[in-house]
Design a protein around this ligand. Structure first.
Ligand SMILES: [Mn+2]
Length: 317
């Protein structure tokens, strides 16, 4: 079976795929986790390295004929970059926590929109299989429990946005979570490029009342995860509850610019088109609902700073 991570692999998706593979292996089903992008965020790389997780990066010469079926985890869309190659293979399972956008033709569909992480759903499957808890002495179980706990943590803003279901998943996993490994995964150094990007975000910030804009200039594809990190950092400024950080990509790399919006409060994904700069390969715009009564303006209608002309806003804004 192929377990497909269709977007950028993040800890929630990676750990869910890992648990999926583990449960499939329990039934004698050989499983490969397929991704289309190299994980670029240093925390994701650290997760793979520290827990010795192997993902298969798709390339054209990959022979998919030996796989008879596939599953999608933590992916809102049912489309993949290899839809043609998947024709004729059984669509076994679709497990996710994003808003349902279309009918899912999988044999097993589990979409729980009120859950903070797909990893919590997989923890509930493990609980059914191992009701007495996972075993701290069993290496694969430690790997899975630790990565799922990390996935839940990162998808719920360090558990701040966790639901009861997520918290009970964390409690269940606890018996086999390695705190040492978890610490190691989260305490990875920032790459010099990302630190530089955060510096540019700080230097170029424009403050309008309770919101902030920053243009970080050209960003290499491999540093794109620095944009939400810069937005997270700027959001820590007192009195700020909305941050929009955007950068530019070289034409040959990608036609669109990434942008990242951070707001205080609950988080949810909104389509990138909401920033009026076209469709990207995944939503880069994260919107958090403001707390209290304070109105947060539409980012596309932000006033323009006299020294920051139109050209500095995302194309089409
Ligand atoms: Mn997720």
């Amino acid at each position: 079976m192929l377990v497909i991570l269709s977007g950028f692999p993040d800890p929630d998706g990676i750990s869910s795929a890992l648990a999926h593979r583990y449960l499939a292996n329990e039934h004698g089903i050989e499983t490969t986790i397929l991704t289309f992008r190299d994980p670029s965020h240093q925390e994701n790389r650290a997760l793979l390295k520290t827990l010795d997780i192997e993902l298969t990066l798709y390339h054209e010469d990959l022979d998919l004929s030996e796989f008879s079926c596939f599953s999608l985890v933590d992916s809102q869309k049912i489309n993949t970059p290899i839809d043609d190659e998947l024709k004729g293979k059984a669509f076994v399972a679709f497990v996710d926590h994003h808003k349902r956008t279309s009918d899912v033709p999988a044999e097993f569909v589990d979409i729980r929109e009120d859950v903070g992480a797909t990893a919590s759903i997989y923890a509930s499957y493990l609980r059914q299989r191992f009701p007495k808890g996972l075993d701290r002495k069993d290496e694969p179980q430690v790997q899975i429990a630790t990565s799922l706990a990390h996935g839940i943590r990162t998808d719920t803003q360090n558990l701040i946005e966790a639901t009861r279901f997520d918290l009970s998943a964390v409690m269940y996993l606890d018996s086999a979570v390695s705190k040492d490994l978890l610490r190691k995964i989260s305490r990875q150094a920032l790459s010099p490029e990302i630190m530089e990007l955060i510096r540019r975000a700080l230097e170029n910030k424009q403050i309008y009342d309770n919101y902030m804009l920053s243009d970080v200039g050209f960003v290499r594809s491999e540093d794109r995860d620095g944009i939400p990190q810069a937005a997270d950092f700027l959001l820590r400024r007192g009195g700020t509850d909305t941050v929009l950080v955007f950068g530019h990509r070289r034409r040959q790399e990608h036609r669109r610019q990434p942008a990242h919006l951070e707001r205080g409060g609950r988080s949810g994904l909104v389509p990138q088109e909401d920033l009026r700069h076209g469709r990207g390969d995944r939503p880069l715009l994260r919107r958090r609902q403001p707390q209290g009564q304070r109105r947060v303006p539409d980012p596309a209608r932000l006033p323009r700073h006299p020294s920051r002309p139109r050209a500095h806003l995302p194309a089409g804004a």
